[in-house]
Ligand binder design. Structure first.
Ligand code: PEP
Ligand code: MG
Length: 550
């Protein structure tokens, strides 16, 4: 049996499936058939076990994670909650339901109090889920551990889950949800993992099924025959010819610098090894996903210094915190929103917490002073002239010299002639630009097919930005995943992109295909792609002209 999804990264992997358990749902509110005393005894045992689990997890994790997990272990013993559970069990509730209700009430109380309400509530609910999992005797929805390498199968993965994967063990990822630009996919690409996302039907995969995960074809084969396994193993073992790490350029010599998208200073060295000419997008929020309080200026300064030192003498583009949507940061006061991608995200949240933004810009300016790096700083989710002017003037007033914005909200692209000249550079975030232009949530597998930057509507917006860049002599970069697609890279340059930033794993293929076209050819192809009526037709124009690439 074969399941189809969206392939991410390169290559093929074969291995046994190991499922990440689905998130635990709300226990049913039914009368308990057991004696209250027996039920309560089960609760006591589960609470003790969870307390021990949390303390042990904390010891293993160390650092800030240890503090958070220890605080959670105390929540598992909180006398008021324990009393509340006892009372509910006495009223005839099941142990699971009593735990759920008592912690839910506790979470709501905490959310009504002082600082970091969202994080406190989330921590309490996480404790409840752990206790309920114990009571039900089911595994927790965390990344499973195994002594042998495996293919991780999940409904979806949070960015933090993907960021902490043990690459020695995880051969590939298969998720039911997600699109090619979801953060799971981005992190998978960064880690050079084989992945298939948006794999509808992957719910039927059970632990131990042998899987062939083919990122190039976007397929997952269940329990394949021996011939297919041998063929896949042969492809997986294929060693690509090493390609020279020359700077990115078109066939006519036009330079197109190729940079890397990274989420931590530790990703710098591997990116340089793959030929990155600098960093075109440093997603700072990945450093702070677990932070409960805003990181200090000194801490940030030292992290940014690490990054800049790894790219000494090269350009480093840092994006200030892009919190919201699927990357919530407790210290920006995120609360539940029905449509978080359309909510208080990026610059919108930072503007409401200007102290956090000022601290980050101050830390960046300090790290630049420390290292002499060629630092460029940009803001995410900027909608118009007012927001652009606000960010550019604030950043300059705090000592930053090269300041720009990410063009990823369609309004900013439509207003490119007004917005671009205010900046020292702009960078196209094609992931969000596509989701907002096509009105399709990039996290939602059911609409993943809309998330296609080849759509002529997206290409036209890119062209508006390219034209505005050329008219005002403002450099235009692309930092969305579109730049990782070699054919799209040609189209982007033809539409006016001066440089491209991508997952480091894509640098080699993009470098190779750019070298095959002149600027004139790229522009002609882009013009023809723009005139098409569908994403598939636009891509076909470029694919037919360039033949198969890779
Ligand atoms: C984008 O939207 O294209 C982008 C680069 O930012 P992110 O994927 O982090 O939203
Ligand atoms: Mg974005």
């Amino acid at each position: 049996m074969q399941i189809t999804g969206i392939g991410v990264g390169h290559g093929v992997a074969v291995g046994p499936a190991l499922r990440m358990p689905d998130p635990i749902g709300e226990p049913e509110d039914v009368a308990s058939p057991a004696e209250p005393d027996d039920e309560y005894h089960r609760v006591e045992t589960a609470l003790t076990a969870v307390t021990g689990d949390l303390v042990e997890l904390g010891h293993r994790a160390g650092g800030e994670a240890e503090e958070i997990l220890e605080a959670q272990s105390l929540m598992a013993q909180d006398p008021a909650v324990v009393d509340d559970i006892r009372q509910r069990v006495g009223d005839g509730k099941t142990a699971e339901r009593a735990v759920f209700e008592a912690y839910e009430e506790y979470a709501k109380v905490l959310e009504g109090l002082g600082d970091n309400p969202a994080a406190r509530g989330a921590d309490v609910r996480d404790v409840a889920r752990r206790v309920i999992a114990r009571l039900k005797g089911v595994a927790l929805p965390t990344i499973p551990r195994s002594d042998v390498p495996f293919v991780l199968v999940a409904a979806d993965l949070a960015p933090a889950d993907t960021a902490t994967l043990d690459l020695g063990k995880v051969l590939a990822i298969v998720t039911r949800d997600g699109s090619s630009s979801s953060h799971t996919a981005i992190l998978a690409r960064n880690k050079n993992l084989v992945a298939v996302v948006g794999a509808r039907g992957s719910e039927s995969i059970v632990n131990g099924h042998t899987l062939i995960v083919d990122a190039e074809r976007g397929t997952v084969t269940l329990d394949p025959d021996r011939v297919s396994v041998a063929a896949a193993a042969e492809r997986g073992g294929r060693v690509a010819e090493p390609r020279p790490l020359t700077p990115g350029a078109l066939g006519d010599g036009t330079p197109v610098p190729l940079l890397a998208n990274v989420g931590s200073p530790e990703e710098a060295a591997p990116a340089v090894a793959l030929g990155a000419e600098g960093v075109g997008l440093f997603r700072t929020e990945f450093l702070y996903l677990d932070a409960r309080t805003a990181p200090s200026v000194d801490l940030q300064r030292s992290r940014y210094r690490d990054l800049m030192a790894a790219f000494a003498g090269r350009k480093v583009v840092v994006r200030v915190l892009d919190a919201g949507a699927d990357k919530q940061l407790a210290f920006l006061g995120h609360t539940h929103e029905e449509n978080p991608a359309l909510g208080r995200r990026g610059l919108r949240a930072l503007r409401e917490h200007e102290d956090v933004l000022r601290d980050q810009l101050t830390a960046l300016a300090g790290a630049q002073q420390d290292t002499g790096a060629d630092l460029w700083v940009m803001a995410p989710m900027v909608a118009d002239v007012d927001e652009t002017a606000y960010f550019v003037s604030l950043a300059r007033s705090l000592g930053l010299q090269t300041v720009g914005i990410t063009v990823e909200v369609p309004s900013a692209a439509v207003l490119a002639d007004q917005v671009v000249p205010l900046c020292d550079f702009v960078s196209l975030g094609t992931n969000d630009l596509t989701q907002y232009t096509l009105a399709a949530d990039r996290m939602l597998g059911s609409v993943a097919h809309y998330q296609d930057p080849w759509h002529p509507s997206v290409l036209r917006l890119v062209k508006l930005v390219g034209d505005a860049g050329r008219a005002s002599h403002t450099p235009v970069a692309v930092c969305g995943e579109a730049a990782s697609d070699p054919l799209m890279a040609v189209a982007l340059v033809g539409l006016g992109a001066d440089e491209l930033s991508m997952s480091p794993g894509a640098l080699g293929d993009v470098r190779a295909v750019l070298a095959r076209v002149t600027l004139k050819q790229a522009r002609d192809l882009a013009t023809r792609a723009l005139a098409q009526t569908s994403a598939a037709a636009a891509r076909a124009v470029v694919a037919d002209a360039l033949g198969s690439v890779g």
